[in-house]
Design a protein around this ligand. Structure first.
Ligand SMILES: Cc1cc2nc3c(=O)[nH]c(=O)nc-3n(C[C@H](O)[C@H](O)[C@H](O)COP(=O)(O)OP(=O)(O)OC[C@H]3O[C@@H](n4cnc5c(N)ncnc54)[C@H](O)[C@@H]3O)c2cc1C
Length: 451
């Protein structure tokens, strides 16, 4: 119990660990954060017009009772509970999410293409093709649904071709297929929107998603240091050097730094491992917020947008999550998620205007809504989506096999580089379980089993 524990990064993973350390009463630990604020990708920002913005569309849903307790304690019940009202905007139609269950809303020629592909897929013998994520989608849902929706939607989000992704990560992130039910939905003209772990979700009343994590700050006191970036790690001496020149020692280190950065900062890391960490793929994010001087025209939550006419893959009616995300009820806010990468570059300087044009082209805004725009806000967020490529798991196994015996434990969205356990609930619980593993030898189920 006297081990010195050092946590790098005060995002959900690091703060989950800090919360657990407080619960068990361990004394010898501290947490260091590069930014001048906590929350990482789950932080929120308020602009000078009174709009609150997240780093892309965040909603709270949970797989774990430990996270539920953490969330309840941080928000003290000051939350809104919502039913998901999510759509795909395609061919000027609104198709309720999940897409494949609601294809009856498509125009006749697209519906025909999707049904034909589904029919072919349903006749395919054996398990789905797991060669890659593209082949997997075609074999499960057919060429029609893949061409119309799954491929353009996913390629926008991952910012790379889908045959670079593996098919082994999906879990509860992709809706399962029931051919009979899909055909029945079309025949009976029935909407089928119940699937998914985020069918209902919560959102803090005030301060955006970031408020959940800001609530940890008063508990951390001197243990938290902001604006302190870890710049190098000496694994033999078990010390970390920071951007302000300070140095600290550890017995065990929890790092939530993106794995490729981490390897680049460890003194004496073998060059082949450093090079393999650089092969881990990611999408970078640009978040565009649009604040309008109008009452919100719909109760929709978010909209997927596979259409190439718009740069974003998702638009969130963010003031529908909490009215306090906008200055008052005479205003509403849209938040758009854009991914980019070396393979799919985007121009930061023109992205706000391109997004507005895309919103108009896809009918989410009317041309005259331009006059009602009173705020635009851009968040440049490198490292938003850890891409589950075909070679990812082999790279991760080799990296952790070297890091773990050195007492360097890399966890969290980009520390573990596992999209399938990359949400806030996973991250907080990953941090908690790391503490239990270090102090009590318990198994880190979330990280090890990826569930
Ligand atoms: C667009 C988008 C939408 C999302 N939507 C949802 C959602 O709806 N629901 C959900 O549950 N989750 C969602 N997430 C996931 C959520 O944001 C992550 O689960 C969570 O933020 C991961 O926490 P983390 O601590 O692992 O990493 P991060 O949030 O990335 O935090 C890591 C921290 O480490 C710090 N750091 C990095 N390098 C250093 C260094 N050298 N020294 C010191 N500190 C350093 C960073 O500044 C950061 O604060 C979404 C994420 C994105 C990008």
């Amino acid at each position: 119990m006297s081990d010195r524990l050092l946590i790098l990064g005060a995002g959900p993973t690091g703060l989950g660990a800090a919360y657990r350390l407080g619960q068990v009463g361990h004394e010898n630990w501290s947490i260091r954060e590069r930014n001048g604020y906590v929350g990482g990708l789950s932080a929120s920002f308020r602009d000078d017009r009174g709009f609150t913005w997240d780093v892309g569309g965040h909603v709270v849903f949970s797989h774990y009772p430990e996270f539920d307790r953490f969330f309840e304690e941080m928000t003290r019940g000051e939350v809104f509970r919502h039913e998901r009202k999510s759509y795909i905007r395609i061919a000027s139609r609104w198709v309720p999410y999940p897409f494949q269950n609601n294809i009856r809303h498509l125009p006749p020629e697209l519906l025909e293409e999707c049904l034909q592909g589904l029919e072919e897929a349903s006749r395919r013998p054996g398990p789905p093709d797991t060669t890659n994520f593209l082949a997997w989608n075609v074999s499960r849902l057919g060429r029609g649904i893949t061409r119309c929706f799954l491929q353009p939607d996913n390629e926008k989000r991952w910012a790379c071709p889908l045959d670079m992704l593996s098919a082994t990560w999906v879990g509860d992130r992709v809706s399962p297929v029931d051919y009979g039910r899909i055909v029945e939905n079309v025949r009976l003209e029935r909407d089928d929107i119940s699937w998914g772990p985020n069918k209902t979700f919560q959102f803090p009343r005030h301060g955006g998603t970031g408020a959940i994590f800001e609530a940890m700050v008063p508990r951390l006191g001197e243990r938290l240091r902001l604006s302190r970036e870890a710049v190098s790690i000496d694994p033999r001496a078990r010390t970390v050097r920071f951007s302000d020149g300070s140095q600290e020692s550890y017995d065990a280190l929890l790092t939530t730094i993106p794995l490729d950065h981490l390897l680049g900062r460890i003194e004496g890391a073998p060059e082949p491992l450093v090079a393999s960490a650089r092969r881990l793929r990611r999408a970078d994010g640009l978040i565009v917020g649009i604040g309008l001087n109008k009452p919100v025209p719909t109760d929709k939550c978010w909209i997927y947008c596979p259409d190439a006419a718009a740069p974003h893959f998702r638009t969130t009616y963010f003031s529908n999550y909490s009215p306090f995300n906008a200055p008052d009820e005479e205003h509403y806010s849209l938040m758009c998620d854009i991914s980019h990468s070396d393979l799919r570059p985007r121009n930061r300087d023109t992205i706000v205007e391109e997004t507005i044009q895309g919103l108009i082209a896809t009918g989410i805004l009317a041309p005259e809504d331009r006059d009602a725009i009173v705020s635009t806000y851009r968040i440049d967020a490198p490292y938003t989506y850890p891409v589950p490529t075909l070679e990812r798991d082999a790279i991760l196994d080799a990296l952790h096999a070297w890091l773990e015996p050195l007492g360097i434990h890399s966890r969290g969205r980009f520390g573990a580089w596992l999209y399938e356990i990359g949400n806030m609930d996973h991250s907080v619980v990953m941090g908690m379980q790391w503490v239990d593993s270090i102090l009590s030898g318990e198994r880190e189920n979330v990280w090890l089993d990826r569930v």
